[in-house]
Design a protein around this ligand. Sequence first.
Ligand SMILES: *[C@@H]1O[C@H](CO)[C@@H](O)[C@H](O)[C@H]1NC(C)=O
Ligand SMILES: *[C@@H]1O[C@H](CO)[C@@H](O)[C@H](O)[C@H]1NC(C)=O
Ligand SMILES: *[C@@H]1O[C@H](CO)[C@@H](O)[C@H](O)[C@H]1NC(C)=O
Ligand SMILES: *[C@@H]1O[C@H](CO)[C@@H](O)[C@H](O)[C@H]1NC(C)=O
Ligand SMILES: *[C@@H]1O[C@H](CO)[C@@H](O)[C@H](O)[C@H]1NC(C)=O
Ligand SMILES: *[C@@H]1O[C@H](CO)[C@@H](O)[C@H](O)[C@H]1NC(C)=O
Ligand SMILES: *[C@@H]1O[C@H](CO)[C@@H](O)[C@H](O)[C@H]1NC(C)=O
Ligand SMILES: *[C@@H]1O[C@H](CO)[C@@H](O)[C@H](O)[C@H]1NC(C)=O
Ligand SMILES: *[C@@H]1O[C@H](CO)[C@@H](O)[C@H](O)[C@H]1NC(C)=O
Ligand SMILES: *[C@@H]1O[C@H](CO)[C@@H](O)[C@H](O)[C@H]1NC(C)=O
Ligand SMILES: *[C@@H]1O[C@H](CO)[C@@H](O)[C@H](O)[C@H]1NC(C)=O
Length: 421
Amino acid sequence: MSSKMYISSLIASTLLLAPAAAKNCRNFTVPVDISARTGVFNLAVPQNNLDIPDLVLNITKQGQNFTDVVLEGYKTTSGIYNISTQFCTPSEDNSTNPTVQVLTHGIGFDKAYWDLPLNDFNYSYVQVATDVFKYHTLSFDRLGVGKSSHGDPVNEIQSFLEVEATAKLTQMLRAGTFPGVNHTYNTVVHVGHSFGSAQTYSLVNKYPSISDGVVLTGFSMNSSFIGLFAAGNNLQQAYLNQPLRFSNINGSQAQNLIDTYATNLFDYLAPFDLGSLPEPQNTPNGYLVPANAAANKYLFLKPQYYDPAILTLAEQTKQPVTIGELLTLGSVPMMNNFAGPVLVINGDADLPFCGSDCLNTGGVAPSIAAMVSKNFPNVNGTNFESYIQPNTGHGINLHYNVTAAYGVINGFLNGKGFGSK
Ligand SMILES: *[C@@H]1O[C@H](CO)[C@@H](O)[C@H](O)[C@H]1NC(C)=O
Ligand SMILES: *[C@@H]1O[C@H](CO)[C@@H](O)[C@H](O)[C@H]1NC(C)=O
Ligand SMILES: *[C@@H]1O[C@H](CO)[C@@H](O)[C@H](O)[C@H]1NC(C)=O
Ligand SMILES: *[C@@H]1O[C@H](CO)[C@@H](O)[C@H](O)[C@H]1NC(C)=O
Ligand SMILES: *[C@@H]1O[C@H](CO)[C@@H](O)[C@H](O)[C@H]1NC(C)=O
Ligand SMILES: *[C@@H]1O[C@H](CO)[C@@H](O)[C@H](O)[C@H]1NC(C)=O
Ligand SMILES: *[C@@H]1O[C@H](CO)[C@@H](O)[C@H](O)[C@H]1NC(C)=O
Ligand SMILES: *[C@@H]1O[C@H](CO)[C@@H](O)[C@H](O)[C@H]1NC(C)=O
Ligand SMILES: *[C@@H]1O[C@H](CO)[C@@H](O)[C@H](O)[C@H]1NC(C)=O
Ligand SMILES: *[C@@H]1O[C@H](CO)[C@@H](O)[C@H](O)[C@H]1NC(C)=O
Ligand SMILES: *[C@@H]1O[C@H](CO)[C@@H](O)[C@H](O)[C@H]1NC(C)=O
């Protein structure tokens, strides 16, 4: 079936399901016992915001690989880490042999990237994958993010460790041991966004039989434009940028400080109940966030093609990246061992992976996404597809037309035989 046909059936089912549909979701914190070879980096951790450009200048300097410059060696990092997950099934689920999609978010977001609540979940990937296409989904906060375990921002929270966590979650789904999920999955596919796609790429390279199919969104193997992303963040220490979410001073304590030392702010802040805020994450130096909504816009959005309210939401809920992640996000093999179906889908104006124009390849390929086929030598040509989603930036899920992109992704998976069984 062509993706056009999937889209018309998708629109029809979306209209039918629109008011009543409500997927079934459960959130579990899942302990995973994992071990990984992690890099040992000898690096001056920035101690304030003004130190951060020194690091970013090093990372973006031409002609050097800063990861290699500061790499002293490797060690084994092991432990039991908590992963905060959301597991969802369709509101009406009659499948006996469902496929579960494991969803890995990118930098700047947490698992809610896949289930954005704006306009009654009208941007939710999970809503479409479950209620329209009858898949099960597992999304999770990557290590160092949101409600999952945090750790040392340089020598612990790195891509290598996070890939092992995703492997463990997948093995639990296949073994029927995932907490609260009474099902043994025969078929698991993996969908990533951006850094989450890079981790998915690494996962299926290391464990080629762990996945039955892969969708890499906001991804390419062209590293020419990653420096724009590193610089465009204008990274700040998370705890200095949004203290109410990332410092060690909770809302009640902040209210007390205001009442004592900033009485002129009392009335200004009176409409807000700071005491009702969740406990802040208490992230140390080295957990970094994009500076402001303008930076978020530059990184993730194509101007004119998004609702300003979603940028506000992205800024209000933004999540940190660690220095260890920045130093390991490019550590992916050029040739991937995976042999199953692969879809690479990018917004046409993707900044970090396409330099804002995925169709401009100088004529050597249909798109920068299409060039990823060369990195999957074991994937049968009929099993590799690429797609450029129009009028969309890097943060695909944040754009007006995203429901149609969800149709393309799930249509691809259905076309490979993963649909409701
Ligand atoms: C940047 O690199 C220079 C030269 O290698 C080094 O002296 C400096 O400590 C580095 N700073 C940071 C923050 O990485
Ligand atoms: C940069 O160096 C690291 C550590 O040696 C290595 O794993 C990575 O593949 C290198 N990246 C590139 C693009 O060469
Ligand atoms: C994981 O969560 C449990 C239960 O809340 C807690 O006791 C444990 O300390 C946590 N482990 C880590 C590594 O955060
Ligand atoms: C699921 O099964 C119920 C009861 O047999 C039926 O009423 C319903 O139409 C089925 N739903 C779907 C989506 O097949
Ligand atoms: C479950 O996780 C989702 C996604 O992060 C979040 O929006 C929701 O509030 C969580 N629900 C509960 C009950 O914590
Ligand atoms: C939800 O999305 C559909 C399809 O993109 C659109 O037609 C509709 O207006 C949206 N509804 C809301 C409340 O945003
Ligand atoms: C798990 O599923 C099996 C088969 O559907 C059922 O017999 C069993 O009662 C379920 N167990 C729990 C704890 O729900
Ligand atoms: C905030 O911190 C204070 C002092 O540690 C503590 O008493 C209070 O319970 C915390 N939580 C909230 C929600 O204020
Ligand atoms: C990355 O894309 C740009 C623009 O199409 C191109 O000039 C460059 O050669 C590409 N780099 C690689 C390694 O393919
Ligand atoms: C590729 O897959 C198709 C469909 O499964 C099959 O007919 C064809 O023989 C395969 N080609 C190769 C080179 O494996
Ligand atoms: C919306 O996305 C679909 C699927 O990629 C595409 O066919 C359609 O042209 C897009 N519409 C607009 C207005 O960009």
